[in-house]
Design a protein around this ligand. Structure first.
Ligand SMILES: [Zn+2]
Length: 339
């Protein structure tokens, strides 16, 4: 999550939906499209096939990211060896699992940075489902909650997906972004590198940035008018897990912003950064009212001990459920009423 002061401008102006994706996204298999409250039991059949991913597998990747930081001056930030080692580590895992990976380099004021893109072969590329999160840390620390957690949760889910060896209806792609902490530079570079057709082919983008905050909140992004169907599916999954999530306007503070600005439907989850938990949130989530969700946000203490593994576990299973459901989602489904 990037500081509020460096966020790029929130979506303004062009709100025109691509007609195809608008009607298709509203076709997600909720029990009653006209209802404001989706029935969490009927999100999709495919979701039920998603594995329950052990959090220990996610933590094992976090341990690796911590070790990388420890060996490289205490961080994994843009322009530093710790970031390159992080990219190498994730790429090796994905390559071994059968993904087709590509490293995209770009220049920043802190040096060269890299995006790692991983495609699962097959599926309809004109309805590509993408998930991503940033892999870089700030200079001040190892960046384990921000955003080792999102990176490791996506990586673990991707490896489980490969293990299942699926043939999804839609093409599936993962993005691990560089230089988010410098102002969303990697994801912006990636989206800018796409042709208009390639933008059209992206049917959905899910972003995961900070998933194991030590005083965890359970937030679903609510800053993209095109992303309502994605938002509601994430909300329904929290409901299924017995979590009463809050919608949050993250105000374009993470890597979904560049996608959102090109009218690609986006949503994501977030366990909170420097903001303080309210008493109402503490009552339903069991946390500490008046304390920051992550007191170590952008600090040296954002290390391997700065993770609530229960929140990370829940969010990882949510990512898996989301991937399994949307990888087979029928984006060409019949017209339904949006409102
Ligand atoms: Zn951050």
């Amino acid at each position: 999550m990037t500081p509020a002061r460096t966020r790029i401008a929130a979506l303004t102006g062009v709100a025109a939906l691509l007609a195809g994706s608008a009607s298709a996204l509203s076709g997600i298999a909720l029990s009653d499209p006209a209802s404001a409250q989706p029935d969490p039991g009927t999100l999709s059949l495919q979701e039920d096939a998603a594995p329950d991913i052990p959090v220990e597998a996610v933590v094992a990747h976090l341990d690796e990211l911590q070790s990388i930081a420890d060996a490289n001056g205490g961080n994994r930030s843009t322009g530093q060896r710790g970031y390159e080692a992080s990219v190498d580590y994730v790429q090796a895992q994905l390559d071994a699992a059968g993904f087709v990976t590509e490293v995209q380099s770009f220049s920043t004021r802190a040096g060269t940075s890299y995006n790692l893109i991983a495609d699962w072969p097959g599926g309809d590329t004109t309805s590509t489902v993408m998930m991503g999160g940033h892999l870089d840390s700030v200079d001040e620390g190892p960046g384990i909650n921000d955003n080792g957690t999102g990176s490791a949760a996506i990586l673990t889910t991707a490896l489980a997906f490969a293990e299942a060896n699926p043939a999804p209806a839609n093409h599936v792609r993962f993005g691990f972004w560089g230089a988010e902490e410098l102002g969303l530079l990697g994801s912006t570079h990636y989206v800018d590198s796409l042709s208009a057709t390639q933008v059209d082919d992206l049917a959905a983008y899910f972003n995961f940035d900070m998933l194991g905050s030590p005083n965890p909140g359970y937030f679903v992004y609510d800053d993209d008018a095109n992303g309502t169907a994605l938002r509601d599916s994430l909300t329904a999954l929290y409901d299924e897990a017995g979590i009463e999530s809050d919608h949050i306007d993250v105000d374009g503070r993470s890597d979904h912003a560049a996608f959102m600005q090109r009218d690609i439907p986006t949503a994501g989850t977030f366990s909170g950064a420097e903001g303080q938990m309210t008493s109402a949130q503490a009552a339903k989530w069991g946390g500490q009212a008046g304390s920051a969700f992550d007191p170590c946000y952008h600090a040296a203490c954002d290390d391997i001990d700065n993770v609530d593994t229960a929140a990370l576990d829940l969010n990882t299973d949510l990512i898996a459920d989301t991937l399994w459901a949307w990888a087979d989602h029928d984006f060409d489904g019949g017209p339904t009423s949006v409102h």
